[in-house]
Ligand binder design. Structure first.
Ligand code: GRF
Length: 186
């Protein structure tokens, strides 16, 4: 199955997807970043994956998404994987690829949609935290949940330790969830 991966940053989830792509049964046709200096762009290049940069600075969301659609369609992907892509997509884009966009989010959705999930989980006195892979819908972080992975919050945890622990679990979760999703589509 041909996929494209959208990133904005370090791309450690992208790396987990690259490393497991054979087992998942996908071919990454391109990595698209809205940041030229995203480390994930280098990860993609190292794996000989085509990279595309669409700078988002100063662009209205509609304009950016028009450019994004043009680039995505060049690769004709069957699946679009958001891996630390830090932009909210327009409803038009989400509708165009309905049921074909997956995202990974660092909380046990429906808890803690949006940003700063680790601090918010601590502030709420949660005992358990984690990550979710879900289908992208027009409402932020609210689409159908494909798979989740949880970790215990320990008394000494802070936002940084939680972020590290959750990210480690994300690297296991995302490849598994993509594989499960593809198999459920067959
Ligand atoms: C991850 O925590 C992901 O859940 C969130 O952004 C972070 C991206 O990390 N959406 P990376 O770029 O994959 O290292």
């Amino acid at each position: 199955m041909n996929v494209v991966v959208l990133i904005s940053g370090s791309g450690s989830n992208l790396q987990a997807i690259i490393d497991n792509s054979c087992d998942i049964g996908i071919k990454i046709k391109a990595v698209i970043s809205n940041k030229a200096d995203a480390y994930g762009v280098q990860r993609a290049a190292k794996s000989n994956i085509k990279t595309e940069i669409i700078l988002s600075n100063g662009l209205e969301r509609v304009e950016f998404d028009k450019k994004l659609v043009k680039i995505i369609d060049k690769y004709n992907p069957e699946l679009i994987l958001l891996a630390g892509f830090m932009r909210v997509l327009t409803n038009d884009l989400v509708d165009k690829y309905a049921g074909k966009i997956l995202n990974i989010h660092p909380s046990l959705l429906p808890k803690f949609k949006g940003l700063n999930t680790h601090q918010r989980a601590l502030d709420a006195g949660e005992k358990v935290h984690g990550a979710t892979v879900h289908l992208v819908s027009c409402e932020l972080d609210s689409g159908y949940i494909i798979m989740q992975k949880s970790i215990a919050i320990l008394v000494n945890d802070n936002a940084k330790t939680l972020a590290d622990k959750v990210l480690k679990q994300e690297h296991i979760l995302y490849p598994l969830a993509i594989k499960k999703f593809i198999e459920s589509c067959k």
